[in-house]
Design a binder for this molecule. Structure first.
Ligand SMILES: O=C(O)C[C@H](O)C(=O)O
Ligand code: SF4
Length: 504
């Protein structure tokens, strides 16, 4: 199988950089359905531009290339140990090439292995089958949407929806609740894989396996097909919008499986995948390892561009921010303002925030912009280059953010999904703002980075280090201002009220 390694490396590269046709089509429909001129429509347009950029540059669509999960089917007699070895080698090589972010972190020491290899990573499932070829499917599902997976045990009581019983009506309520609780934090519009039944562990596994169906297929079970369509239609009436900014899109698909269950249990497991729904597959000759067929693709259909024009049109109404920033400048901003950042910023996410609770920052953060981002970086010679740099979910920093503003003078925080009351109060007290970036738009933002000025706390690993960047026209929206206003709180309240009307 001399071509096996190259075939696997190509599968990983394509999955990370080239969104599958069914997802492109669904995102195209979402863009057409959304109201032009809204923030949700602008986010979808940036996603479309980003999809094109990733394909053009073969760069990761999103910087979080997730937990690589391989589903391998082999003919009887094929040596699965060889395939496992080659998958690991291809994952390490794809990481070295910047097609995957190093995402394998030791849960006990916090150490990032640097090559995506480690205890139980990547995830590889093997099955034998009656066909003559080898099939490998791969899904790259990032941490932010994985964090919005959720499992319900029926009967139960749900916010805004009341009692959910042990029937399809109860299942419907669980799935609608799953979409609502995610808001924009899992980078809506999302795609759901759902399993009704089974036990907790296998139920979640089966839910994730539903993500290998195509978004435009029809469930062979008519009851489930009807429920899938009903869920997408109702979810898109909630008002969540792309990235939770408010609007007409929330879901691009919902795929439901039913499995037998124990008499005592009735689980509904929901795997929430983000709009950067990266999954592909290949068939290979079992002797040579040569790719004989790409799954999810039609060889007759070329890859279509998503965005009408290249780049992103500016309106001239954007507010230019040039750090260091002051409280007085930030107090002039209000929710809805679009800003362009020109100058320096620092990345900082989970490890940096925890560190700053006990230690002073390695740099002066007074007036600084702090970007919740774990980029994909490549070093060439002595210089670092940003290969992908979209925002991570900010809510994980809620326990720390207000203290960082107060203690170190940060004046603007960039992230996605919004933050809570404690941070909102901190923004008001300190004269600072929260700027919302489009989750998953990793190439769109990487292109604004003109130079990597340095890196601090590098021991935290590439994604968690504090990168010092010089950017040009980094675009973001004020969604939490220094006057106690939060678009996220408004959308959560408004969508909760709509959810209430779906109780029956
Ligand atoms: O880890 C990241 O860079 C992003 C993460 O997938 C998230 O959505 O928060
Ligand atoms: S940042 Fe958003 S698009 Fe990227 S993996 Fe996380 S949830 Fe998905």
């Amino acid at each position: 199988m001399e071509f096996l390694f190259n075939s696997l490396l190509e599968l990983i590269t394509q999955t990370s950089t080239n969104l599958p046709p069914d997802v492109r089509a669904a995102m195209g429909i979402a863009l057409k359905q959304e109201t032009p001129g809204t923030q949700s429509h602008q986010a979808l347009s940036i996603m479309a531009t980003n999809i094109d950029m990733a394909h053009e540059d073969q760069g990761p669509i999103c910087q979080d290339t997730g937990m690589p999960t391989f589903i391998v089917h082999t003919p009887v007699g094929v040596n699965q140990l060889v395939i496992k070895k080659k998958i690991k080698e291809a994952v390490a090589e794809a990481t070295r090439l910047g097609k995957l972010r190093p995402n394998s972190v030791d849960s006990l020491t916090g150490k990032n292995s640097g090559n995506n290899l480690g205890e139980e990573t990547p995830v590889i499932h093997f099955e034998q089958w009656e066909h003559d070829e080898i099939e490998v499917k791969l899904v790259l599902k990032g941490g932010g949407c994985e964090n919005k997976n959720i499992q319900y045990s029926l009967p139960c009581d749900l916010d805004h929806l009341g009692k959910a019983g042990r029937d399809l009506a109860g299942v419907r309520k669980c799935i609608l609740h799953a979409v609502w609780q995610a808001q924009g934090q899992g980078c809506a519009p999302g795609a759901l894989g759902v399993c009704i039944g089974s036990d907790r562990a296998h139920g979640y596994d089966l839910a994730k396996m539903q993500l290998f169906r195509t978004l435009d297929d029809v469930n062979p079970n008519p009851e489930l097909a009807a429920l899938e369509a009903e869920i997408v239609a109702e979810a898109n009436r909630l008002g969540i919008g792309a990235m939770g900014l408010g609007g007409g899109v929330a879901l691009i698909g919902c795929k439901i499986a039913a499995a037998n269950r124990l008499p005592a249990s009735f689980f509904v497991s929901v795997a929430y995948d983000c709009w950067a729904f990266r999954r592909l597959g290949i068939r290979m000759d079992a002797t040579s390892g040569v790719i004989t067929q790409w799954l999810y693709r039609d060889p007759e259909r070329p890859v279509e561009r998503m965005a009408k024009e290249t780049g992103f049109p500016l309106t001239g109404r954007e507010v230019i921010l040039t750090p260091p920033l002051t409280a007085e400048m930030m107090r002039q901003l209000k929710v809805g303002d679009v800003v362009l950042i020109r100058g320096e910023m620092f990345t900082g996410r989970d490890a940096v925030h925890a560190y700053l609770m006990k230690n002073p920052p390695p740099v002066d953060l007074n007036g600084a912009v702090l970007y919740h981002c774990g980029p994909v970086m490549l070093k060439q010679g002595e210089e670092w280059f940003v290969k992908a740099a979209g925002p991570t979910t900010s809510s994980r920093e809620e326990p720390y953010q207000a203290d960082v503003l107060r203690n170190y003078g940060v004046k603007a925080v960039i992230g996605k999904g919004g933050m809570g009351k404690k941070t909102l109060a901190g923004l008001k007290e300190c004269g600072a703002v929260y700027l919302h970036g489009v989750g998953g738009a990793a190439q769109f933002y990487a292109r604004t980075v003109k130079k990597v000025l340095g890196v601090h706390l590098f021991d935290f690993g590439v994604p968690e280090a504090m990168w010092h960047l010089k950017v040009e026209d980094f675009m973001a929206i004020v969604t939490m201002d220094a006057h106690g206003n939060s678009l996220h709180a408004e959308v959560e309240q408004a969508t909760g009220d709509v959810l209430e009307t779906m109780k029956a």
